[in-house]
Ligand binder design. Structure first.
Ligand code: FAD
Length: 551
């Protein structure tokens, strides 16, 4: 078996190592256009910030190591230029000499990744306008920071853009973040990004939402960046983090099937439309695990797993890829934001029915010192309770909860299963009712009808029409320090005595700080014959919405 692999980083290197473990006899050649194989893309921003000062730490392995330990024929600075499917050969170019030769294959694996998008804007190719994909990019960016760049403009507030911002701020660089969207971290729902926006602002980052870079020109200070809003910023460097595009040229030229967004089409075995050619990683179109719809999700975990699975199939072990959930996480200035599965906006876009709930627990028992707050949003099917997605934002413990829910999604679990999950507990790690159990209780209560809930947006709309009354069941002190406009205050502890003060007609829309007292109030009022719903997540959810101008 002669296996040729195009791309020597996440997907390609994983496939090569797995292939060797499965076959000592195979002839495996790994082609990589760049100078490095298997480097840590995900660590790149942290070398700029000098959190990872030693550049060598980013080299997970070296060509020498792959040659010696895995007996791989590793060719760096070698680009695969075209595929001749009929003759089973690829044409390769040695980038140091310019020499072109042909290599024969029995099976070919494409793992060429995705290239950062460079929008065709005037001046986008000027020196000083960068994208970040590999170590040579990092070297160029870091050199400018090391030379004492005063101001940098980062365009795009996705994961990579935000990681760059954090590292630039860490290096003392004044940073402006420009984002076309009305929120940072576009994969998350807007209200869930409020704490991230707040963290950026508290660190002095100049955040420009609903704006975009229109052109770049040289000026005495470095670069002048003209924004759509009409403003002009001067900076020593611009870094574009506006998304990636699958590197599909080889596949397109070879006539392989391509999805509408440019991803190479593969089946569950990661086989392209040519059975002798497999493809993995950022370059492929995958199936969304939750909806089954085609999707493109450029993440390291899926690329690595796909590499292993493709190698299994190439060497005769049937192995299916289950699809991608899009489980992702960001750390920013001590805050954490993470998600798995579908978001509310993606479910709306694809017209999938859902319900949602919010909770605002502490990451471990509140009485144990150091408890940090978080918000979890859970999306689930309105009839079956199947979990469709989750997002969490806060500090410590966010990663753990999203990972547990990610596993629950993989296992096809429902909100009723979350109620029953038995998780490790001691006060410094969690709570006897873990936040994961809590989202289960709240969601299952809603579906069973024990705990009627209304989404904040709908509650405000109902109150606005005059058919509902907002009732704040917190203490008068809490109410005085801020409440939803138009709400009346009847503390939960006085509620039974003050039932007569409440309107008998129309609906009562109850809320407290996080939803818990509102739940009790809802139960009291229901049993006294009122038409009542609890506003999911309470006043904290209102603050999240207000924090992103969502209301
Ligand atoms: P890549 O790892 O990009 O490898 C593809 C390789 O193929 C490239 O090196 C390219 O030079 C080579 N190549 C392309 N065409 C050819 C050709 N014709 N001939 C020869 N070689 C070719 N994901 C996460 O899950 N978490 C993170 O925290 C995270 N952080 C990231 C931070 C940064 C700055 C970047 C850039 C990415 C990050 N990612 C993260 C995404 C993750 O790195 C990618 O999803 C993953 O590397 C994709 O693997 P891949 O093998 O498909 O492509």
């Amino acid at each position: 078996m002669r296996l040729l692999i195009v791309g020597g980083v996440a997907g390609g290197a994983s496939a090569a190592a797995r292939a060797r473990r499965l076959s000592e006899d195979a002839n495996i050649v790994l082609f990589e256009r760049g100078p490095d194989v298997s480097f840590a893309n995900c660590g790149l921003p942290y070398h700029i910030g000098e959190i990872i000062p030693d550049r060598n730490k980013l080299l997970v392995t070296t060509p020498e190591m792959l040659r010696q330990r895995f007996q791989l024929d590793v060719r760096t600075r070698t680009s695969v230029e075209s595929i001749d499917r009929g003759r089973h050969v690829v044409r390769i170019r040695d980038l140091s000499t310019g020499l072109e030769t042909e290599e024969k294959y029995d099976k070919l694996l494409l793992a060429p990744g995705a290239a950062p998008i460079r929008p065709p804007l005037p001046g986008v190719d000027l020196p000083g306008v960068f994208t970040l994909r590999n170590l040579p990019d990092v070297d160029r960016i870091k050199e400018i920071v090391d030379r004492g760049a005063k101001h940098v403009v980062v365009v795009g507030a996705g994961f990579i853009g935000l990681e760059l911002v954090e590292n630039l701020v860490h290096r003392g660089v004044q940073t402006t973040l420009v984002e076309l969207n009305e929120q940072v971290l576009p994969p998350l729902d807007k209200e869930m990004t409020a704490p991230i926006l707040e963290a950026l602002k508290s660190k002095g980052v100049d955040v420009r939402l609903r704006d975009s870079a229109e052109s770049f020109e040289l000026c005495p200070e470095g670069l002048r960046v003209r924004l759509k809003s009409g403003e002009a910023l001067t900076a020593q460097m611009v870094i574009l983090g506006v998304g990636v595009r699958p590197e599909n040229k080889l596949a397109v030229d070879a006539g392989l099937e391509i999805g509408p967004r440019g991803g190479i089409r593969v089946n569950d075995y990661l086989q392209t439309s040519d059975p002798d050619i497999y493809a993995v990683g950022d370059a492929v179109e995958i199936r969304d695990f939750v909806t089954g719809d085609p999707a493109q999700v450029p993440l390291a975990g899926p690329a690595n797993r796909q590499g292993r699975i493709a190698a299994d199939n190439i060497f005769g072990r049937e192995s299916r890829y289950r699809g991608t959930q899009g489980t992702a996480i960001l750390g920013l200035f001590g805050k954490t934001a993470a998600l798995t599965g579908q978001s509310e906006k993606s479910l709306k876009r694809s017209n999938h029915p859902f319900r949602k709930i919010y909770i605002h627990p502490a990451h471990h028992a509140g009485y144990y010192p150091g408890a940090e707050g978080m918000t979890i949003k859970l999306l689930f099917h309105p009839d079956t309770g199947r979990i469709l997605g989750a997002q969490a934002v806060g500090g410590a413990g966010v990663d753990k909860r999203i990972d547990i829910i990610a596993v629950a999604i993989q296992a096809g679990m429902t909100v009723y299963d979350l109620e029953e999950m038995e998780l490790s507990y001691a006060p410094q790690f969690g709570s006897a009712k873990d936040p994961v159990n809590m989202v289960g209780f709240v969601a299952a209560g809603l579906l069973r009808g024990d705990h009627p809930q209304i989404d904040l947006e709908e509650a405000l709309a109902v109150a606005g029409t005059g058919t509902g009354t907002l009732v704040d069941v917190r203490t008068p002190t809490e109410y005085a320090s801020g409440h939803i406009p138009g709400a009346v205050n009847v503390p939960v502890d006085d509620l039974r005595a003050r039932l007569g003060d409440l309107p008998q007609s129309g609906e009562l829309l109850v809320y407290c700080q996080v939803g818990q007292r509102g739940y009790l109030a809802t139960r009291i009022l229901m049993q006294n014959g009122f038409h009542v719903r609890n506003i999911g997540g309470g006043y904290r959810t209102f603050l999240l919405w207000r924090g992103t101008d969502g209301l």
